[in-house]
Ligand binder design. Structure first.
Ligand code: SAH
Length: 213
């Protein structure tokens, strides 16, 4: 588990690429510049770790493209100590970016293999999520609600109702919605029953599946 000057240099190049693609939040860019993405990928893909591309991880899942991670994180407008729920822990890379930003992170994964692997791996890098959960993200995490924000990192065919009800007033849900391709959607809870929705173009994610595996 090495993070060399070469890796650090490649990461700064990635940050420059993300700036070029329109990411402006300095804290988000700094977090991407700090998280050693190569360590979240299977060794065969090391050379590609700092290209702006998604890649396969275990259990037929993917680590999201850095641009997508940056874009979603920017929409969350993370403040230090925010209580954030992530649906789709996967490799733990997005969770690590949120930890870098000082958030209190809860993350749910439905694939047991990935849950176990990431639960052991993140603390080894010094990233201490508040809790990683093996379970079904469609239900959210009612026992820890409400959250300052919720981020879904798999393509959702619809917006699950429990996620809306687990947001604080003023809270933000960032969720890619759609079956084959997804529209990045930001929902802000304005009041108990009032939600404001914004849409931000098309992305492509692995599907949000029902129940655990
Ligand atoms: N955030 C991850 C991206 C992983 S891809 C990263 O940074 O690497 C999306 C993940 O969502 C997959 O690991 C998939 O198993 C998981 N997933 C799919 N449906 C889910 C559900 N209903 N609940 C929780 N996780 C789910």
């Amino acid at each position: 588990m090495k993070d060399t000057y070469k890796h650090k240099g490649l990461r700064q190049q990635l940050v420059t690429i993300l700036k070029g693609k329109g990411i402006t939040d300095a804290n988000v860019l700094k977090a991407i510049g700090n998280v050693p993405r190569h360590l979240f990928m299977d060794s065969g893909f090391l050379d590609y770790a700092y290209k702006d591309m998604a890649f396969p991880i275990a259990a037929d899942q993917t680590i999201s493209q850095p641009y997508t991670v940056a874009f979603q994180t920017e929409l969350l407008q993370v403040k230090k100590d925010d209580k954030i729920l992530e649906i789709g822990t996967g490799s733990g890379y997005q969770a690590a970016v949120l930890c870098e930003l000082g958030a209190r992170v809860y993350s749910i994964e439905r694939q047991q293999e990935l849950f176990k692997k990431t639960n052991l791996f993140l603390p080894k890098l010094g990233y201490r999520a508040k809790k990683l959960i093996f379970g079904d993200g469609y239900k959210g995490l009612v026992e820890e609600a409400p959250f300052d924000s919720i981020i879904v990192t798999a393509g959702a065919p619809f917006v699950p109702k429990p996620l809306l009800s687990q947001l604080k007033i003023g809270g933000r849900l960032v969720i890619p919605v759609g079956e084959h391709t997804q529209v990045m959607t930001l929902i802000i809870r304005k009041d108990t029953k009032e939600f404001e929705q914004h849409e931000f173009g098309e992305f492509r994610f692995v599907p949000l599946l029902e129940d655990k595996n």
